[in-house]
Design a protein around this ligand. Structure first.
Ligand SMILES: *Cc1c(COP(=O)(O)O)cnc(C)c1O
Length: 430
């Protein structure tokens, strides 16, 4: 009883003629799982509806932002009211000051911050600030961590030990890539070694404290603490890219859970409440280098946009209520138990990882500690699982390297339906 995707197919064929791959962001194209993407008409709460009228329980949540569920009435009302006052001024508004103040209360390490319009802008600007502050050129990133699509960040490691980067994407000059050092995640020794060799040339380390862009990979005990102490020793700026983990691992992000104070933090996704927002900030001495306080240039026509700020403020207001995270964590735990139970009953070997409201099921019987481990899991099994779940009305991210997300709008009925579909899908692919 495959669902009807006639209109989605027609639209995809039309889209492919005028948009690369028919999509405005590559992973939406379903390349990793086969088949055609579904085109969305609308969404409400935990559900998303495609143009053919099919309903799905949604665990993509726009890749993380929709933590309150889709089209939350409070957010929509606030946006309507804000839109009537004008949609962009290119001048400061009280809303930016309000959102920055709210964010700093939850992320006190962000002493001074700037609003931008995407996670990509936040990470590239934070790195520029770190380079301007230290006067050093090299940066360290970790394999399997995604920090947006800025040139110097589209670099992955060669095999084995630390390699000075080769670009992963054509179009990235070798000279850029040369300044990016890529190391395996969860390997403190590799990091210590590179610092002993080249520490005085390294401006910053950027890391997803919990890796959400290779599934969901947790830091080993002591790893983040180790990064903190080694970076301090070498005068290297430690940047936590919490674009995904912020407000997801906990209200205060990964830095709150693991009790680490990074020098700089990048946010995105949830702080925009579904509108385009990113933010970067951190130690005052670093952030005062940003123009016009200092010489490091960074700007944006739509930065601090009043609609985007409104969605962020209203989202954080709801998130700041103490009962919100109790509910979010309880729902996430309920889903974890239900999915683990479904796998066990179906007799299929999986590893399930969760950090707060983000999670991932890997098709493997081995623990996953880094990108290499994730790449060794059975991605073909994931692709089959994904298609079977979609056909049963469950929308997962179309790649085995992506995390799933929980929202405040998901109900126990949603979770039960998801677990039933998962059990049947596990059985089908076994
Ligand atoms: C999504 C993401 C980004 C990029 O954010 P965009 O808004 O897509 O530019 C950067 N870092 C992390 C950790 C992300 O998950």
């Amino acid at each position: 009883m495959a669902l009807n995707h006639k209109k989605s197919k027609e639209l995809f064929n039309k889209a492919k003629r005028i948009i690369p791959g028919g999509v405005n962001s590559p992973v939406r194209a379903f390349k990793a799982v086969g088949g055609n993407p579904i085109f969305i008409d609308s969404a409400k709460g935990s559900k998303i509806y495609d143009v053919d009228g099919n309903e799905y329980i949604d665990y993509v949540l726009s890749w993380g932002p929709m933590i309150l569920g889709h089209a939350h009435p409070t957010i929509i009302k606030a946006l309507q009211k804000a839109a009537e006052k004008g949609t962009s001024f290119g001048a400061p508004t009280p809303l930016e000051v309000e959102l920055a103040g709210m964010v700093r209360k939850v992320y006190p390490s962000m002493e001074v911050m700037r609003m931008v319009s995407s996670g990509t802008e936040a990470t590239m600007s934070a790195i520029r600030a770190a380079r301007g502050f230290t006067g050093r050129d090299k940066i360290v990133k970790f394999e399997g961590c995604y920090h947006g699509h800025a040139d110097g960040l589209l670099v992955k490691a060669g095999s084995g030990a630390a390699t000075f980067g080769v670009p992963t994407s054509p179009g990235v000059p070798k000279d850029y890539a040369r300044n990016t050092i890529t190391l395996p995640y969860n390997d403190l020794n590799a990091f210590r070694k590179i610092c002993e060799k080249a520490g005085k040339d390294i401006a910053c380390v950027i890391i997803e404290p919990v890796v959400g862009n290779s599934g969901c990979i947790l830091p080993k005990p002591g790893y983040l603490e180790g990064l903190r102490s080694v970076t301090k020793k070498h005068g290297i700026v430690l940047i936590f890219d919490e674009v995904m983990t912020g407000f997801r691992v906990s209200y205060g992000g990964a830095q709150k859970v693991f009790k680490i104070k990074p020098d700089m933090t990048c946010l995105g996704k949830v702080i925009g409440g579904g509108l385009p927002v990113g933010a970067y900030g951190g130690r005052e001495d670093i952030m005062r280098k940003i123009a016009p306080d200092g010489p490091v240039y960074q700007a944006g026509t739509l930065s601090g946009n009043p609609l985007a700020m409104t969605a962020g403020i209203e989202t954080l207001k709801i998130l700041s209520k103490p009962e919100t995270y109790k509910k979010l964590m309880a729902k996430s735990e309920e889903l974890e138990e239900a999915l683990k139970d479904a796998a066990k009953r179906a007799g299929i070997k999986t590893k399930f990882y969760r950090a707060g409201t983000m999670f991932c099921t890997y098709f493997t019987d081995r623990e996953v500690y880094n990108f290499t481990d994730a790449a060794k899991t059975d991605m073909a099994a994931f692709a089959k699982f994904f298609r079977s779940m979609l056909d049963k009305g469950i929308n997962l991210a179309p790649s085995g390297y992506e995390a799933g997300f929980m929202s405040l709008a998901h109900t126990s009925a949603d979770i039960n339906k998801t677990a039933r579909a998962a059990y049947e899908s596990f059985r089908e692919i076994k």
